[in-house]
Design a protein around this ligand. Structure first.
Ligand code: PHE
Length: 488
């Protein structure tokens, strides 16, 4: 109704010079008029300019007098024509009305305040104070002397009044068009879209919080790491085989069959199917030989290599099993250099504690090319880890059955103020690469690390069970921030 009143008034070519007057003439609440003006102004239907006015409003005391009459009139009316004693009069009025009433009525020379008797000095009085207060209450203008007097008696106080003057705006229309928020199939089919006016996008509005589909921190960090590898030109290896034969997981990696890692204390063995069926038999022979008698400059381990041991199915204990398969495949074709990576799950039969789980994720990278050296490995590691925000690296000699030399990787953590172990690396041994059939001058540099470690550091989680497994707080999954590698 307020909107209609404003728009149709403007349609006649008129301007609204004062929204206050406009509102009271039409008996519409001024606040309602103001809200409509603001909204119309926002859509530029109207131009509006602020009007500020000092007005007067009644104090609580002023309001009671406006309703019940001024105290001086109350007092006057309480005095009978023959007069009244002070005590009797006091009984008829409340104490403040009596006190103020006496003072004001005496000042107006309406009453005689005798010692014994209070009596009227005039026959009839008019309540101007009440009249003036009612005018102020209705927003009418009163004289400046009257204002001064009422203000002095603290019956009125000043207040700023805000209103507007209003005229047509650039988008003026006698009726507000309904703005549409979405373009629908129906709009398109009916041709209605030609006439529709669309609501402008508010790019600073916040979106609705999502109720589902949250990413686990491990997935976020995995995504970032994948980007790093892809930027460095690495290809992802297929890691969709959690079940692996001992052959690919251990034997091809020159890990002797009596190695403690191959014990059921460290590795999960499968009962069904307990053994793997298909092996490249000629390669199996070469692997058996290198374990038993060596070759390629090696003396081997000098033990009886058993096929049954190699056939046993296990849950892969590292993704290096996948690297081994990929390198073997590479060796079957004319040689071409490769850079491979993988990030996926591995399994170890370990006692679960705050830093160990029976399953976790490994990140693995390898470069296969002619004439690679340890310096290439160190260079690639610096490149890789600096992209994760780890610029200070240290290397410590280590041992792996399948690499020589081997290095543990440490990174200085500025937050923890200490060196933390971040990975393991090395150059694959000839005992591993030569039986595959890779050319003699081809070297492979490789490294591996867990996905959980950097994730825990990045997200400030100190118990791995809070990150992964059935004890994880789903709230953490909902609230965890985006992953920013390299920013502490
Ligand atoms: N496979 C090793 C591990 O499980 C990591 C590694 C990969 C080490 C490649 C050297 C080379 O810890």
């Amino acid at each position: 109704m307020a909107e209609e009143a404003i728009l149709s008034y403007l349609e006649k070519g008129e301007v609204i010079s004062d929204s206050g007057v406009f509102a009271s003439e039409r008996g519409i609440d001024h606040n309602e008029i103001v809200n409509v003006i603001k909204s119309l102004h926002g859509f530029r239907y109207v131009d509006a300019e602020d009007i500020k006015r000092e007005t007067w409003v009644l104090t609580d005391e002023g309001k009671t007098y406006a309703a019940a009459g001024s105290p001086e009139v109350q007092l006057f009316l309480a005095i009978p024509p023959e007069g009244i004693s002070k005590e009797e009069l006091q009984k008829k009025l409340d104490p403040s009305a009596f006190k103020i009433g006496c003072a004001q009525a005496a000042k107006n020379k309406w009453v005689e305040l005798g010692k014994q008797l209070i009596s009227r000095k005039v026959e009839h009085v008019e309540d101007r104070v009440k009249e003036l207060l009612l005018k102020v209450q209705e927003g009418q203008v009163i004289g400046s002397d009257d204002i001064k007097a009422l203000k002095a008696r603290k019956l009125i106080v000043p207040q700023t009044w805000n209103g507007y003057s209003v005229k047509k705006g650039p988008n003026y229309a006698p009726r507000r068009k309904k703005v549409v928020t979405d373009l629908t199939r129906d709009n398109l089919q009916s041709g209605e879209w030609k006439e529709l006016e669309f609501k402008e996008y508010n790019y600073s509005a916040k979106g609705q919080p999502l109720e589902g589909g949250y990413l686990h921190p491990l997935l976020k960090v995995r995504h970032q790491l994948k980007q790093i590898f892809l930027c460095m030109g690495f290809e992802e290896m297929p890691t969709n085989n959690f079940v692996e034969s001992s052959f690919w997981n251990f034997d091809t990696l020159f890990q002797p069959q009596q190695h403690p890692a191959r014990d059921s204390h460290d590795t999960f063995f499968l009962s069904v199917p307990s053994t793997a069926k298909y092996m490249p038999e000629d390669y199996v022979e070469r692997v058996k030989d290198v374990h038993e008698v060596g070759g390629y400059g090696s003396r081997g381990y000098a033990y009886d290599w058993k096929r049954e041991e190699a056939d046993k199915n296990i849950l892969r204990t590292h993704t290096t099993a996948v690297s081994s398969r990929m390198l073997y495949q590479l060796a079957q074709k004319p040689f071409a250099p490769k850079k491979y990576f993988s990030i996926d799950r591995v399994f170890r039969n370990e006692a679960v504690d705050r830093t160990h789980l029976a399953e976790f994720h490994q990140i693995e990278g390898l470069v296969c090319d002619r004439g690679l050296t340890l310096r290439d490995l160190i260079g690639v590691l610096h490149d890789f880890f600096s992209r994760m925000g780890m610029t200070k690296l240290k290397f410590k000699p280590a041992y792996n059955p399948y690499t020589e030399p081997s290095m543990e990787i440490f990174s200085y953590h500025e937050g923890l103020e200490k060196w933390v172990e971040v990975g393991n690396s090395g150059m694959f041994r000839p005992e591993m690469l030569r039986p595959m059939g890779l050319p003699e001058d081809v070297q492979v540099i490789a490294w591996g690390l867990s996905l959980e470690r950097p994730t825990m550091i990045l997200y400030g989680i100190d118990n791995i069970r809070d990150l992964f497994g059935h004890k994880v707080d789903l709230g953490l999954i909902k609230r965890n921030s985006i992953c920013r590698l390299g920013i502490e």
